[in-house]
Design a protein around this ligand. Structure first.
Ligand SMILES: *Cc1c(COP(=O)(O)O)cnc(C)c1O
Length: 341
């Protein structure tokens, strides 16, 4: 049920997001699965955006369908009508790897039109850059593993709500599934909270500076970061968010080829290779976007690298990317002329 340490962490997380209730789970993914299992039953549909954190969809595909719960993958960048049986709509802003920013008010309205609950994976904003409850969202989910911990050394998730009945449904699932967290882990997250805002602002500042600089390099066909005016959904980010976090992705021209992209990632020295984010050390990870998505105009052969920016200086990170491009033979790459350009 909890300890004084976990209750204190819950209280502080509620304060950050203006929530009334908070439940802690042993990981961000456990918080997602707890939400699904608390709210869905046979015959229901759960709607998941195409660009969501991938294990959310894998959970639906690999486990929920066996329990008679269907999932429906939607393109978050287009107007959507949810199926009638939709009980829960997951939102994520921006998409986990490709960083498109959806029109959240339109999606919230579409979910309400079929009487579905809305749950936002609000990890990217840390609850600082976006306040879900003032926009009518029912549930906010945080992977505390990321910014709140800040140390890249603890796994934890949180589910936050304002509605009492909804909280009770989640709380019973939390109890019955046995998703309690250890007090030592909660203490580690508590220790990160006083510096959360400062760290978030630093991640944001350096990431934006790197994104702007990377846009000037011809080897990157596209730089994806919601604060860049030509990044998908930039206008929605500008309207709804007050800051931008520490993720930036780059798309390499297909002519570069996966081998040279891998060579680039291997040659990075300051960046490590890794999935997580929100910690002190910058991470990079290559992806093949065409295999990630059902929707969207990704070309086969295009490679994407997602960078999560840690707490190093802009100059060190820029120098590292420069030397890695040089070492992969990409520093003087010029894109081939395409028809229509
Ligand atoms: C990391 C992450 C999760 C899951 O968190 P874990 O604690 O690693 O299970 C969920 N959603 C998003 C957007 C994430 O980045």
């Amino acid at each position: 049920m909890g300890t004084p340490t976990t209750v204190e962490l819950q209280r502080k997380l509620c304060e950050i997001e203006q929530a009334r209730y908070c439940l802690l789970a042993p990981s961000g993914l456990a918080a997602i699965s707890m939400t699904d299992l608390a709210l869905l039953q046979v015959g229901d549909v759960v709607a998941i955006p195409d660009n969501a954190y991938a294990p959310n969809r894998e959970l639906a595909h690999g486990l929920l369908t066996r329990l008679g719960i269907d999932y429906w993958v939607y393109d978050p960048m287009r107007p959507v009508v949810f199926p009638e049986r939709t009980r829960l709509v997951w939102l994520e802003a921006p998409g986990s790897v490709t960083l498109e920013m959806p029109d959240l008010p339109a999606l919230i309205q579409a979910a309400k039109a079929v009487g579905a609950w809305t749950a936002i994976d609000n990890t990217w904003s840390a609850g600082l850059a976006y306040q879900p409850f003032s926009h009518g969202i029912d549930i906010s989910l945080q992977a505390l593993t990321k910014y709140q911990s800040g140390g890249a050394d603890v796994l934890m998730g949180a589910v936050l709500t304002q509605d009492h009945d909804l909280h009770l449904k989640l709380k019973y699932a939390h109890m019955r599934l046995g998703l309690g967290v250890g007090a030592d882990d909660a203490w580690l997250v508590l220790r990160g909270l006083p510096t959360l805002r400062l760290r978030y602002e630093q991640h944001d500042r350096v990431t934006r500076a790197l994104a702007q600089w990377m846009k000037t390099l011809p080897v990157f066909e596209q730089v994806l970061h919601p604060a860049l005016p030509d990044s998908p959904g930039h206008e929605y980010w500008q309207r709804d968010f007050s800051a931008a976090g520490g993720l930036v992705s780059v798309v390499f021209a297909a002519e570069v080829g996966q081998a040279r992209v891998d060579g680039f990632v291997d040659a990075l020295q300051v960046f490590r290779i890794g999935y997580s984010w929100g910690g002190p050390v910058s991470l990079a990870l290559p992806y093949d976007p065409a295999t990630l998505r059902r929707h969207g105009a990704w070309q086969p052969g295009q490679s994407l690298v997602r960078f999560c920016i840690g707490l190093e200086s802009f100059e060190d990170l820029r120098a590292d990317i420069e030397q890695a491009l040089e070492s992969a033979g990409l520093s003087r790459f010029s894109p081939p002329l395409r028809s229509g350009t």
